[in-house]
Each structure stands twice: as C-alpha cells, then as structure tokens.
Design a binder for this molecule. Structure first.
Ligand code: CTP
Ligand code: MG
Length: 230
C-alpha cells in the first residue's frame, strides 16, 4: 500500500520588506495584537490540513527565534535565500526526507495574514485531482492598460488577466525540480512561473479579495480592517 498523500505548508519569510520602509522586516510588525507572521501562521495552523509548516527565515533574523510559534511542534524552520524562490527551494530541501514527490505543498507568503480557511480549503478541493496544481488568483476590477513611458498603447482584455495570490499549490517533486532548474532566473517571482517555464499550465482558482499582501505602510491598517470584518 502507498502512503496517503500529505499536505505541507511552505512560508517564505526571509524578505527585508524594502517597500514597507519600517525599522524591521514587515513580517515582524504588529498587527491585531500579534506580529504579521504569527497571524499568518495561526491561520495556516487553524486550517488543520498540514503535516507541518516550513518557515524560511533569514539566517541573521533576530526576531524569529524570540517568537513562541517558532517552537511549535508543527513548525519547521529552514534557512532563507537571496530571492523568494531560493527561500522556497530551501524550505523544500529541508523536508526532503519526510515528503514524497506526490505530496502537495501550499506555498503562502508570510506577508499575507488575512488568508482564510475557506480559501485554503477551496484551493485544495479545486486542485486535489489536478495533474499540475495551481494558485489562488483575482481578476482586476479596473480596466487595464499597456503603457510605454506614460502613454497608453493598448487596453487589455481583462478576462485574460489575473493577479497571482498565494497559496500556490503544487506537487512536492514537480515544484522542487522546477525551482532547481530555474535557480537564479529573476523572472521567477512565484511558484507558478517556474512551472510555466517548463511548459506546464497551472490552473487559477478565484480567491477572496481580502487576501492582501502587506507591501506598503498603508496595507497594515487595511489588513487589520479585513481581519476585524472576517
Ligand atoms: N521572501 C523570502 N525570501 C526572499 C525575499 C522574499 O522568503 N529572499 C518572502 C517575503 O518574506 C514575503 C514573500 O516572500 O513573505 C513575498 O515577498 P515580498 O512581498 O516581496 O516581501 P519582501 O521581499 O520582504 O518585500 P520588498 O520586496 O518590499 O523588499
Ligand atoms: Mg520582495
């Protein structure tokens, strides 16, 4: 008999948060009584689907070891890398002895604390029988323009353009190979793009608009508002 398929959470959290312009990486800023990363991890733990959650943090990070959640029985710490893709690959390598190639991994940004169990479960239910996997995504409410300099050259067909969110859900083995083969390629800004480069076609699953990524200072009060509404 083969082992049942497992689900692993992968949380890249080794960024410096340049656009946030704060005195520490944005995942360690306060949000609704905890840090951003604690909010994110609590929600992933609450979903109650993961064998374990691997968190990739910078090796010089003084904040992570001070958080009680870093010692949680279902949380594994991995060394972060230079770019997001390097951090994700490092996290995958950390569980190479525990994960099977056919296990699913859900990669979720530390900076998206408003993720809901509903969205996680909807993503899993939508893709669990898929060959490739896919991502939560959002359509654009605004009309979209292609621009050169400050001049509009084209209005894009909105039905073909989606914004990529996380979690992004792929098979352990397929994702690891795709990230290894594309290592150092600056155009790999999410997991899906690594698989696309291999000629595969990840699916999109429509996510909730409140699953924002904290990027700039104004996003923190917005995230707090969404959390209160949920
Ligand atoms: N990330 C990571 N390793 C890196 C860079 C980013 O694990 N070398 C993580 C971030 O911590 C974040 C997620 O990837 O949780 C999404 O990246 P982003 O929002 O760009 O965060 P930062 O890179 O920290 O922010 P900025 O680009 O403004 O510096
Ligand atoms: Mg970044």
């Amino acid at each position: 008999m083969t082992d049942p398929i497992k689900f692993w959470g992968i949380v890249p959290a080794a960024g410096v948060g340049k656009r946030m312009q704060a005195n520490r990486p944005k995942q360690y800023l306060g949000l609704a009584g905890k840090t951003v990363i604690e909010q994110t991890l609590s929600r992933l733990l609450q979903a109650n689907v993961f064998e374990a959650i691997v968190v990739a943090v910078s090796e010089q990070d003084p904040y992570w070891p001070d958080l009680a959640i870093s010692q949680h029985a279902n949380i594994i710490t991995a060394p972060g890398g230079k770019e997001r893709a390097d951090s994700v690959l490092s996290a995958l390598k950390t569980i190479r002895d525990k994960a099977s190639d056919s296990d699913w991994v859900l990669v979720h940004d530390a900076a998206r604390p408003c993720i809901t169990t509903t969205d996680i479960q909807y993503l899993i239910d939508s893709l669990v029988n898929d060959d490739v996997g896919g991502i939560l995504a959002l359509s654009s409410p605004d009309t979209l323009k292609r621009v050169q300099g400050n001049c509009i050259t084209e209005t894009l067909d909105r039905s073909h353009i989606w914004r990529a969110l996380t979690p992004q859900m792929f098979r352990y083995g397929m994702l690891k190979i795709a990230l290894e083969e594309t290592e150092g390629n600056p155009s790999i800004t999410d997991e899906a793009s690594a698989l696309e480069l291999k000629g595969l076609q990840p699916k999109i699953v429509e996510g909730r608009p409140d699953n924002i990524k904290i990027t700039r200072p104004e996003d923190l009060p917005l995230a707090q508002f969404y959390m209160e509404q949920q």
